[in-house]
Design a protein around this ligand. Structure first.
Ligand SMILES: [Mn+2]
Length: 336
C-alpha cells in the first residue's frame, strides 16, 4: 500500500495533472466495471478540466451506462481517427486498469508513439512497457480502489457522489460483489468512505446486475444446458461458443459478463474456462479458479495471456479444438 501513499509520487501526479494542457485517461479493450469505474472517477473528479478526455477502444457494456458522464467517453471504434488524434495531442496519458499497451487494441500504436508523460494505475502485474510514473499494487481489489486512494490525496474535497459511484461500481464488479480479491482491509475503508456520499448499494446492485436484456438470460440458459462441459475427473469445466451462436442470440457487449462464474461454482470444480469466438476466427478465452489454483500462470505459459491469480484471459487465432485440448491437457499442472 505504501506505494499508493508515497508523497513524492503523489506530488508528481498532482503537478502533472495541474500542468497538463491535454489529459487523456484510457483503459482496456472490452471494458469492465473497473475500467469504466476508473475513467469516470477521473471524469467526475476533474470535471473542471475541460481538456481532459476519456477513451476506450470499444463500447462500454449497457450495465454501466447509468454512471455519470459515461456518455462523455470517446469510443475509439466509432471514430478511430479522432481517438488517435486525442492521444497524439495529449501531453499526459493515464492508463488505468491495464499496463500493456496492446490492450488498447487499435490505439496501441498511437499510445506507444506518443511522447507524453505516461502514468500507469493498475492492479495487474507490470509488464515490460516503461511508464514515467507507476501506481501499482497487486493486493488492491481493483484499479478503481487505487484511483480513489490517489484522488482523495490529490484533493479530498473534490470527491463527490459521482466519483463515489464510479469507484463503488469498479470495486464491486471487480470483486464479484466482495466475494473474491476482497481480503484487503483497505477495500472496506474505501467502501466506508464512499458510502458517506449517500450511495444506495441495493439500487446500484440492481443497475449492475438485475438489468439484463432477456436475450442474455436466454443465452445463459443455452450455455448452461447445452454447452457447459464438466470434467469431474480433472476438477475443471469449460464451454465453447461460436460466432454463429453469438449471432443467433443477437449478442452485444457485456452479455457474457460473469457467466463463467456459473461454470466455476459447481461442487468439485476448481478451474473454469470459456472459449468464445467474438470475431470470426478469433477466440477469446477467460479463465477462473478458486483459491490457490493460479490461472494467470497457465494463461501466460500456454495461451500468451495474463491477468490475476483467479481471473485471467487470453486471445488466440488458433483452432478452438486445439485450444480446448490444450486446456484439458495442462489442467492437472494447476489443479491442487
Ligand atoms: Mn480491474
Amino acid at each position: 500500500m505504501s506505494d499508493l501513499i508515497n508523497r513524492e509520487k503523489i506530488d508528481v501526479l498532482q503537478a502533472k495533472i495541474a500542468a497538463a494542457e491535454n489529459i487523456v485517461v484510457c483503459s482496456h479493450k472490452h471494458p469492465d466495471g473497473d475500467a469504466v469505474g476508473c475513467l469516470l472517477s477521473f471524469a467526475n473528479f476533474l470535471s473542471d478540466k475541460t481538456k481532459a478526455k476519456y477513451i476506450l477502444p470499444n463500447q462500454l457494456p449497457d450495465y454501466l451506462a447509468w454512471l455519470n458522464k459515461s456518455s462523455d467517453i470517446i469510443i475509439a471504434e466509432n471514430d478511430i481517427a479522432y481517438a488517435a488524434k486525442c492521444i497524439k495531442e495529449a501531453d499526459l496519458l493515464i492508463a488505468v486498469d491495464f499496463n500493456d499497451p496492446m490492450r488498447l487494441a487499435s490505439l496501441a500504436e498511437s499510445f506507444t508513439a506518443s511522447e507524453a508523460f505516461k502514468i500507469a494505475i493498475d492492479h495487474h502485474p507490470m509488464g515490460d512497457y516503461r511508464y514515467d510514473l507507476v501506481f501499482n499494487d497487486l493486493d488492491v481489489s481493483s484499479a478503481s480502489e487505487i484511483v480513489y486512494i490517489l484522488l482523495s490525496q490529490l484533493n479530498h474535497r473534490k470527491i463527490n457522489r459521482y466519483v463515489a459511484e464510479a469507484v463503488y461500481a469498479g470495486i464491486v464488479t471487480d470483486t464479484g460483489s466482495l466475494s473474491y480479491s476482497c481480503n484487503n482491509p483497505s477495500t472496506y475503508n474505501v467502501m466506508a468512505e464512499i458510502m458517506k456520499f449517500g450511495l444506495d448499494g441495493a439500487a446500484i446492485h440492481n443497475l449492475l446486475y438485475n438489468n439484463f436484456p432477456l436475450k442474455r438470460t436466454r443465452l445463459l440458459g443455452y450455455i448452461l444446458d447445452k454447452k457447459l462441459v464438466v470434467r469431474n475427473d480433472l476438477s475443471i469445466s469449460y464451454y465453447v461458443l461460436t460466432h454463429k451462436e453469438l449471432e443467433e442470440f443477437d449478442y452485444e457487449e457485456g452479455m457474457l459478463s460473469n457467466v463463467i462464474n456459473y461454470a466455476l461454482n459447481i461442487r468439485g470444480v476448481q478451474m473454469a474456462a470459456s472459449f468464445v469466438e467474438h470475431e470470426e476466427g478469433v477466440i477469446r478465452m477467460s479463465f477462473r479458479s478458486r483459491g490457490d489454483v493460479c490461472v494467470n500462470t497457465m494463461s501466460s505459459k500456454y495461451f500468451n495471456g495474463g491477468g490475476h491469480k483467479n481471473a485471467s484471459g487470453a486471445t488466440s487465432m488458433q483452432d478452438v479444438d486445439t485450444l480446448v485440448n490444450l486446456y484439458i491437457s495442462v489442467a492437472n499442472e494447476y489443479i491442487l
